[in-house]
Design a protein around this ligand. Structure first.
Ligand code: NAP
Length: 306
């Protein structure tokens, strides 16, 4: 059975990943879109979610690709209209918003899926299995990319609630929280804010358990999305390419450098939640971000312009 889906916020990630994933999904098809400017050729487009859902009573799933700040109002409207809901990462602008959505979905018997696309990267499950039962002695995340390439002209990432470099950094944290055999918590952070912006462009995080992370949005040329984990038995496991390639002691053992499988896997997971009649909302990556913004020491760096 293919379920009708309404995609909201037709911008970069909707067009890059959600539309192709829905086109090839055996479980869902794109019935309509909601966006002020964007559209998908051949698909009915609406200016508001309320109008879209009134015109398409067959829509079972609403999938939100909006930036985090405007997302809550749309999420609430979808649940109040009795539709199941899928959220891009990060699932909200604040933790409390997502707790409210959880309660709303539960009260209405609807499925809520707070997605973390990086957890669907090709080698994450193997890394989790490899680490299970091992003792981690040290872990280092290096997540450095070019904000101009991935968020061209998107000023919202530097506005309050846009999370700055934590927008990509939370992808690394979603993998970390998935693969570590024991949870860790943040103990210190240094955040670099451009003098003209509201959110950090770089961050250095320290966690318990020998875990640390460096995020930077100013890297041009080759991009770095690495997590390296040392274990008490003397081995070193590395996840590279954003979780898509796994190495043990420098030798590739799993995965491939191809990110196009992540979004089909998210929609397959959503289908599984609907069949089971359950929700999946893990806020642990976002808790680390909130803690970093709570504990972080602020450094002001040079102004940033797209
Ligand atoms: P985007 O292109 O800037 O935004 C998506 C669409 O949302 C926009 O095209 C816009 O459509 C609508 N929108 C933007 N601001 C809005 C506002 N204030 N109120 C109402 N609608 C608004 O962003 P994106 O890169 O696709 O990112 C969206 C989400 O996907 C973020 O949470 C991001 O973390 C996540 N994500 C992004 C990437 C990436 O590579 N960029 C990768 C993975 C996940 P209209 O103007 O047509 O209304």
């Amino acid at each position: 059975m293919s379920r009708a889906t309404c995609l909201v916020g037709i911008g970069k990630i909707a067009l890059d990943q959600h539309v192709p994933a829905l086109s090839s999904s055996p479980d869902f098809h794109l019935a309509c879109t909601v966006s002020r400017n964007g559209h998908v050729p051949g698909v009915p487009a609406h200016a508001s979610l309320e109008a879209a859902l009134a015109a398409h009573p067959e829509v079972e799933l609403v999938s939100l690709c909006l930036p985090p700040v405007p997302r809550f109002a749309a999420a609430e409207a979808a649940l109040l209209a009795g539709r199941h809901l899928m959220l891009e990462k990060p699932p909200g602008a604040t933790l409390a918003e997502v707790h409210a959505l959880q309660a709303m979905a539960e009260a209405r018997g609807l499925s809520l899926y707070a997605t973390w696309h990086s957890r669907m990267a090709r080698a994450v499950a193997q890394a989790k299995a490899w680490l299970s039962g091992r003792e981690v002695t040290r872990a280092r995340i290096d997540w450095r990319e070019d904000v101009r390439k991935w968020h061209p002209g998107q000023d919202w990432v530097f506005e309050p609630g846009g999370m700055g470099v934590f927008d990509p950094g939370i992808n690394a944290l979603s993998i970390l929280t998935e693969i570590l055999p024991r949870p860790v918590h943040l103990t210190a952070a240094v955040l670099q804010f451009p003098a003209n912006r509201q959110t950090p462009i770089a961050a250095e995080l320290t966690f318990t358990g020998g875990v640390s992370a460096g995020f930077d949005w100013r890297q041009e040329g080759p991009q770095t999305w690495d997590i390296v984990v040392d274990t008490a038995d003397g081995a070193r496991m590395a996840l590279r390419m954003g979780g898509n390639v796994m190495e043990v002691d420098g030798v590739p053992v799993a995965g491939e450098a191809d990110i196009m499988g992540e979004y089909p896997a998210l929609y397959a997971r959503m289908a599984g939640l609907l069949v089971a009649g359950t929700s999946e909302v893990d806020l642990s990556p976002m808790v680390h971000v909130a803690d970093a913004l709570t504990l972080g020491r602020r450094e002001v760096v040079e102004p940033f312009h797209f």
